[in-house]
Design a binder for this molecule. Structure first.
Ligand code: P1T
Length: 383
């Protein structure tokens, strides 16, 4: 299966007709535990569902295949997958975190793991010099998102990985905004990939989940131990829903990309819109890097700055009819949000200002509806 194309793997990897009935969809093994023949004698690794479950295993193998990884582990949410990575560290260790990440990620590093003695420094990783200067003796982990959330900066995964490895640190890329269809960080040198499967992988805004993928046997064994010991595992029905979702990931992503590109180009010409940030636009500062690093397209996220500031942003969000005001992203339906008030409210105001998360900044998660309808909706909301 590893030789097959992305769409074939999306539909088949990790899944086999059920040996008992021939059911072609992986059954929902809604069980907490398994009968043992004799004490300690059980089938494969199935002794208890926190440790292993066949529906979860199919999802883990499917996601690993899509990321080009040997191993996959699934979690109850994106942030619990992140927390599992941070549990690899010890008190006194140091992390470099890219400066523009999801607000909840920022909060987890700075307000939860800081209490356990794990120190975090924020770095603008579009600057190699800033990155190189930020390493300390105990820097063990470099964590980045690209495109970043919400300003859509593009970070060079291969260069960051080279620099981190020279300093003895591992690299984890949160690949949520791209999904494995658009970007494959492990092939660019990263050690770990993290996903909020809540987003494009789930694609229907009905599941909260997370995943970690790696080619390292050592990291996998350590993370599996953390998954078992901390226990933030996903529910079995959620695993089933995610398996159903990945079968259409490539088709959905293509439409997200096409719609987002059309909307970005349209808004670039709009007189109420001060600026548009989208990696597929020639005006994006790292457009060339995005062309090299991403494939098939540039994703479904578009960030805009409104000339009228907070008032204009509030009016636009209140007036949309097809777009819905909501946190989250990556679903088939289009969402619109105001990061300073919503997803990034937990980021300190001075840091938001430094990053350019202004009151006029609006983030669009472009869905897979008809692009003409989405454009008409944005136009009437801006009018
Ligand atoms: O919500 P959860 O599944 O725990 O995932 C957290 C997370 C991790 N990584 C990225 C890049 C994310 O965007 C998120 C969640 N983000 C939002 C809810 C949002 O609206 O940006």
């Amino acid at each position: 299966m590893s030789e097959a194309g992305f769409g074939t793997r999306a539909i088949h990897a990790g899944q086999h007709p059920d040996p008992t009935t021939g059911a072609i969809m992986t059954p929902i093994y809604q069980t907490a535990t398994y009968a043992q023949e004799s004490p300690g004698v059980f089938k494969e690794d199935y002794d208890y569902s926190r440790a292993a479950n066949p529906t979860r295993k199919a999802l883990e193998q499917n996601l690993a295949s899509l990321e080009g990884a040997r191993h996959g582990l699934c979690f109850a949410s994106g942030v619990s997958a992140e927390a599992a990575c941070l549990h690899l560290l010890e008190s006194g260790d140091h992390v470099l975190l890219c400066d523009d990440v999801y607000g909840g990620t920022n909060r987890l590093f700075h307000r939860v793991f800081a209490q356990l003695g794990i120190r975090t420094t924020l770095v603008d990783m579009t600057s190699e010099q800033a990155l190189a200067d930020a390493f300390e003796e105990r820097t063990r982990l470099v964590w980045l998102e690209t495109p970043t959330n919400p300003t859509l900066k593009i970070i060079d995964i291969a260069r960051v990985s080279e620099i981190a490895h020279q300093r003895g640190a591992i690299v984890c890329v949160d690949n949520t905004f791209c999904s494995p269809y658009l970007q494959q960080p492990l092939s660019l040198g990263a050690d770990l990939v993290c996903h909020s499967t809540t987003k494009y992988i789930g694609g229907h805004s009905d599941v909260i989940g997370g995943a970690l993928l790696t080619n390292s046997d050592d990291l996998h064994e350590r993370l599996k131990f953390i998954q078992l010991s901390v226990g933030a595992v996903p529910g079995i029905l959620d695993c089933f829903l995610l398996l159903r979702s990945t079968k259409t990931l490539h088709v959905r992503m293509q439409r997200h990309c096409d719609n987002a590109m059309r909307i970005a180009r349209h808004l670039e010409q709009h007189d109420k819109v001060e600026w548009v940030r989208y990696p597929g636009l020639e005006s994006h500062p790292q457009h060339d890097l995005a062309m090299r690093q991403m494939r098939h397209g540039f994703g479904g996220m578009v960030t805009i700055g409104l000339a009228g500031g907070l008032d204009a942003a509030r009016q636009m969000l209140e007036r949309v009819r097809i777009f819905t005001i909501a946190e989250s992203l990556g679903g088939v339906e289009s969402l619109i949000e105001h990061p300073a008030i919503m997803t990034h409210a937990s980021v300190p105001p001075e840091q938001r200002e430094k990053l350019g998360i202004t009151d006029g900044l609006v983030r669009l998660s472009v869905g897979i509806e008809d692009a003409d309808d989405l454009i008409a909706d944005l136009d009437q909301a801006l009018a």
